[in-house]
Design a protein around this ligand. Structure first.
Ligand code: FAD
Length: 413
């Protein structure tokens, strides 16, 4: 039976990044990816400034820029309760959140994954695609079996890594419990091309009527757009014209620049997800560590899955490089940091969803009051600092129920 230092299940951003970093250090790495090609799954294309800083620390940033990673440098929050010119007057520069980072980095997810998978192979990892993992055994002698090209294999490893996303087979086999919040809203996304009038340095969000939008340019007239709507509207975008209907919903009075999105063309599938948070208390077990979505994910409303994943890769790789003893005690600092990180980000996401993805009279009034009060009290927007600069950048008292009541106001108190 072949044995490796690391056998990684899942060659998405998390698995491929970890494989690259560890193979560069001379560890033997097997990377198993089930898909033959990466396709647009409508996810993961905006890396927050603190996540960009993580890519730098991992030595991966230059690669992402080389294949077209595009920095966005300004942000506007539109809303039906204020005039578009007021919103534009409050445009936020995005270079203020991480040293030397001009702003969030946007890159198509399939290209992002392929770039890292190629980097893992170049660094010396053994990469296999089109693989079906048939069994995973955690414990003191971790091992797994898989089928590839019509052949069956069994391999052992010092450590198995579950980087196999939300429905992680490795998490299941290791008996790690996943906790989940109640769903909050529907969240649909689409890639748009030929949105030529959209300012490619500018990201925008906004809420009007029964819809909240987000738009993140990727360069060359392409913009990744998302829209949130109430849980009761599960059939809202269905049928052959769904993508067009979705795009037309972006015609909003509060954000006149959305006309450039509406003028664009759908350039990929429209998928809808139910947004909620999930987490694991200990993202490891004997012989196994989980990273990225496999270890629990944050509500995509604040777009941090990639930043979280890159932080996981850095922490786990640093711990493994620091000692030859790879056991659960070695991984404990990762678990502790991740637990608090995800608790804070879950809190930040619930505030953002409470503000942007609730609809109707009461929600509109809550947002109006929030804008009014936060103009004189910037601490009411500190959850946004956690999103952009990292959850550790905001003091602990901003992740409490008292702070939630301050932000969401008397309606929630
Ligand atoms: C609608 C939506 C929008 C999002 N937008 C953003 C955003 O803008 N910014 C951001 O930072 N995050 C965003 N995210 C989250 C982000 O996409 C994820 O957090 C990120 O992709 C996690 O990476 P990962 O490598 O852990 O998992 P995944 O991306 O899920 O990759 C897992 C990989 O494992 C493979 N795999 C799965 N099972 C097996 C198996 N048994 N054997 C072998 N291979 C397997 C899969 O094929 C896949 O390639 C979004 C998520 C959603 C749902």
């Amino acid at each position: 039976m072949a044995t490796y230092d690391l056998a990684i299940v899942g060659g998405g951003v998390g698995g491929s990044a970890l494989a690259t970093v560890m193979a560069r250090e001379g560890y033997s790495v097997l990377l198993l990816e089930q898909s033959e090609t990466y396709v647009d799954r409508v996810r993961g294309e905006w890396i927050a400034p603190w996540g960009v800083a993580e890519t730098r620390r991992l030595g991966l940033y230059d690669l992402l820029r080389l294949v077209g990673g595009h920095h966005v440098t300004r942000h506007v929050t539109f809303d039906e309760s204020r005039d578009p010119s007021d919103a534009e007057a409050r445009t936020l520069p995005l270079s203020i959140f991480a040293d030397g980072v001009p702003g969030p980095l946007c890159l198509g997810h399939p290209l992002h994954c392929q770039t890292l998978l190629d980097a893992a192979r170049d660094a010396g990892a053994e990469v296999r695609r089109g693989v079906q993992v048939t069994s995973v055994v955690a414990g003191e002698k971790p091992r797994l079996t898989f089928e590839h090209d019509g052949q069956n294999f069994e391999v052992g490893a010092r450590l198995l890594v579950g980087a196999d996303g939300r429905a992680s087979q490795v998490r299941e086999a290791a008996g790690v419990t996943l906790h989940q919040d109640k769903p909050h809203h529907w969240f649909a996304g689409l890639l748009v091309e030929s949105a030529d009038g959209w300012d490619q340095d500018l990201q925008a969000i906004g809420t009007e009527g029964d819809f909240g939008f987000l738009a993140f340019p990727q360069g060359d007239g392409r913009v990744r757009i998302y829209g949130g709507y109430a849980l009761g509207q599960q059939h809202r975008f269905k049928g052959p014209d769904a993508a067009r209907q979705f795009l037309d919903t972006f015609a909003m009075r509060c954000s006149p620049m959305n006309q450039h999105l509406v003028a664009g063309k759908p350039a990929g599938p429209l998928y809808s997800y139910i947004n909620a948070d999930s987490w694991t208390n200990e993202p490891y077990a004997p012989g196994v560590v989980l990273i990225g979505d496999a270890a629990g994910w944050n509500d995509p409303i604040i777009g941090l899955g990639l930043s979280i994943t890159y932080r996981d890769v850095r922490l786990v790789s640093e711990l493994l490089k620091s000692t030859d003893l790879w056991n659960t005690a070695t991984l404990r600092p990762y678990g502790e940091e991740r637990r608090e990180r995800m608790r804070r980000l879950r809190f930040a996401a619930s505030l953002q969803a409470g503000l942007d993805m609730e609809f109707g009279e009461a929600a509109r009034e809550r947002r109006r009051l929030h804008f009014e009060r936060s103009a004189s009290d910037p601490t009411l927007g500190v959850h946004g600092v956690a999103v952009m600069a990292g959850p550790e950048a905001a003091p602990a008292e901003f992740f409490t129920e008292q702070h939630r009541a301050r932000v969401l106001g008397p309606l929630e108190a």
